[in-house]
Design a protein around this ligand. Structure first.
Ligand SMILES: Nc1nc2c(c(=O)[nH]1)N[C@H]1C(S)=C(S)[C@@H](COP(=O)(O)O)O[C@H]1N2
Ligand SMILES: [Mo]
Length: 391
């Protein structure tokens, strides 16, 4: 749970929320954003790793969460429900703990399965929920650490792992409210229950991890919502949204397409051929989506963002850039990049990938590709770059 929390905070940092809308979908992050930092471009697989771990671990922990909640169900029926002010405090913290955990898992799973059904945006809900959960989690641990330590020291865990069903005894009654006063005969040993949870987690790992690990394992990602078989050829790798899905018309991206590069009152307009005539660079970089899937490195080629900055007079240490696409509807149409991202020599306005022109679905005529950038900020079908702007 702690790793989920930390990788989640990292993912938020990777979104460059400091650049404001449209990057930041979480207004009023206030104090909760205290830890934010400039997301680096090295190593280029950083977001692939942190977000792959975040989503995979979230899926893998589902059986653990359910088993944990199941094991404390008797608590729901404690009577009287409130015994003292400190009991009240503890129960409120439990409500936030259980509610927070269920909410985070539900919203996270829905998002990674592409069901964006929330009232409002996923990002603020998942971000605020994480803080509520972790607060309650810390309080809970503070209350429970003595019991946990006592249990682990008692050697009971090892004894239980050696106890088969025939010798499994119900828990003796106690005053914590965790034990039923009227137990039925056991139907599974404790090690059996533990093994069932472990096997469930391993099974989920086996059908999830392939979407982020890639290679031949990609086909094992049965739970991945899309793109297990992304086709063949230079453009045969995962697509988030196809050109058709977001309403890109052929006329938007054919010979009439132009790229406008701006800085303050300087502006140049380029055709795709003009871009091809600039010095071309190649960078091997992955796409890593917030939904957990990622691609292996692809060979992207095109002019550097620094080369485009130089066209509008920014020859040294260019600022960040705001990239806009030709897309008219739907989300992810534009994104702002930080100066450390613009200045990385591997940050390109890619025109080609793996030796071929970009396909329309991968962002033809031109797309942003930046090392360690969350996929969503690698804007496709780019038509305007405004240096020194964030919106
Ligand atoms: N204009 C535009 N750019 C976009 C998107 C989009 O919907 N519209 N999707 C983004 C997301 S969420 C991801 S993960 C990457 C995926 O790139 P790919 O489809 O080429 O793999 O593109 C990004 N660029
Ligand atoms: Mo994405």
């Amino acid at each position: 749970m702690t790793v989920l929390f930390v990788t989640g905070l990292l993912s938020y940092a990777a979104y460059n929320p400091g650049l404001g809308p449209p990057n930041d979908k979480t207004p009023d992050k206030g104090l909760l954003g205290f830890y934010l930092f400039a997301w680096p471009t090295d190593p280029p697989w950083l977001y692939r790793l942190t977000q792959g771990v975040h989503v995979t671990l979230g899926v893998v922990l589902v059986p653990v969460l359910l088993a944990k909640l199941w094991s404390v169900i008797p608590k729901l029926f404690t009577w009287p429900p409130l015994r003292s002010p400190s009991h009240l405090l503890e129960r409120v913290s439990l409500l936030l703990l259980v509610g927070g955990a269920l909410f985070e898992f539900a919203t996270g799973l829905l998002n990674s399965q592409l069901h964006y059904i929330f009232p409002g945006s996923f990002y603020p809900l998942h971000f605020y929920g994480a803080w509520i959960f972790i607060g309650a989690f810390v309080v809970h641990i503070a209350f429970r650490i003595p019991i946990a330590v006592r249990m682990l020291r008692s050697g009971r865990l090892r004894a239980e792992l050696r106890t088969p069903l025939a010798r499994t005894e119900p828990e003796p009654a106690d005053d914590t409210g965790l034990v039923t006063p009227n137990p039925a005969p056991p139907t599974i040993s404790r090690r059996g229950a533990l093994g069932m949870v472990g096997a469930g987690s391993l099974a989920l790992l086996a059908v999830t991890a392939g979407q982020s690990i890639g290679g031949p394992l990609r086909e094992t990602a049965l739970l991945a919502p899309h793109n297990r078989e992304p086709g063949t050829g230079p453009n045969g790798f995962q697509i988030n949204k196809t050109a058709a899905a977001v309403g890109i018309r052929t006329s938007d991206i054919s010979s009439g397409w132009r790229l406008t590069v701006r800085f303050e009152d300087r502006e140049v307009v380029l055709t795709r051929q003009d871009l091809l005539d600039l010095p071309q660079h190649t960078a091997a970089l992955p796409i890593a989506c917030v939904e957990g899937w990622s691609t292996e490195d692809q060979q992207w080629a095109g002019p550097r963002l620094t080369t485009l900055a130089a066209l509008v007079g920014l020859r040294h240490e260019p600022p960040g850039v705001f990239a806009e696409s030709v897309q008219r509807r739907g989300s992810f149409r534009s994104a702002a990049l930080r100066e450390n991202q613009v200045r990385d020599p591997r940050s390109l306005l890619a025109l080609r990938v793996n030796g071929a022109d970009l396909s329309p679905d991968h962002g033809y005529p031109a797309r942003i590709i930046v090392p360690a950038n969350p996929g969503v900020h690698n804007t496709k079908w780019v038509t305007r770059l405004t240096f020194g702007a964030t919106s």
